[in-house]
Design a protein around this ligand. Structure first.
Ligand code: ADP
Length: 192
């Protein structure tokens, strides 16, 4: 089974994807994680994207499409979870083409629905918790970057909800429920 998890920053996409990796042997393709790994390893691409990410803006379609292409070619028995990709209509079109090329079906698109003010609070709290635990908070987990991330989401990513609705594979899930309740709602969609 191959799915996309759509939702604004802080909606819980990564948390849900992780659970599916553990319970269903799926492979999580998180462009955010891939870009952060590229930064840490100090690659040329990592250096290029660092400032863009810290400001909360989107990196170019070309870069993230390239990252996804590489991973898709490796295949996955349990299927793929696209987390944080696609984020623009151009990325969605590129994904369609890549899926076709690799003979991969898209089984569901899950939209995690969460209230905006809750998102900003979640992200600010995530940063505080990281610091309290002695870890470094993500450079983009502050209120200013978060507002930019939300603006980018509304301008460039939210049209994908209409796009996948029109394609006929969108399911909305209430992301304000507890983590476990979201897990059950998600399982119900995948198992139907
Ligand atoms: P979030 O918590 O905002 O969902 P992610 O970890 O998915 O964060 O992404 C962090 C940052 O990485 C984004 O704000 C953006 O700069 C960059 N990024 C991740 N995925 C993409 C993408 N598909 N297209 C463009 N930029 C991306």
């Amino acid at each position: 089974m191959n799915i996309i998890i759509l939702g604004p920053p802080g909606a819980g996409k990564g948390t849900q994807a992780q659970h599916l990796v553990e319970t269903r042997n799926m492979v999580q393709l998180s462009t955010g994680d891939m870009l952060r790994a590229a930064r840490t390893s100090g690659t040329e691409m990592g250096k290029i994207v660092a400032g863009v990410m810290d400001r909360g803006e989107l990196v170019t379609d070309e870069i993230v499409i390239g990252l996804i292409r590489e991973q898709l070619e490796k295949g996955s028995e349990g299927g793929f979870i696209f987390d944080g990709f696609p984020r623009t209509l151009a990325q969605a079109d590129a994904l369609n083409a890549l899926l076709e090329e690799n003979n991969i079906a898209l089984d569901a698109v899950i939209s995690l629905e969460v209230d905006d003010e809750v998102l900003v609070q979640r992200v600010v709290n995530r940063a505080k918790e990281a610091v309290a635990a002695g870890k470094e908070a993500r450079a983009d987990d502050n209120e200013e970057s978060m507002r930019t991330r939300l603006m980018e989401y509304y301008k460039k990513t939210s049209p994908l909800i209409g796009y996948y609705y029109a394609k006929g594979n969108l399911s909305g899930i209430d992301g304000l429920q507890s983590i476990e309740a979201v897990q059950s709602s998600l399982a119900a969609v995948l198992d139907r």
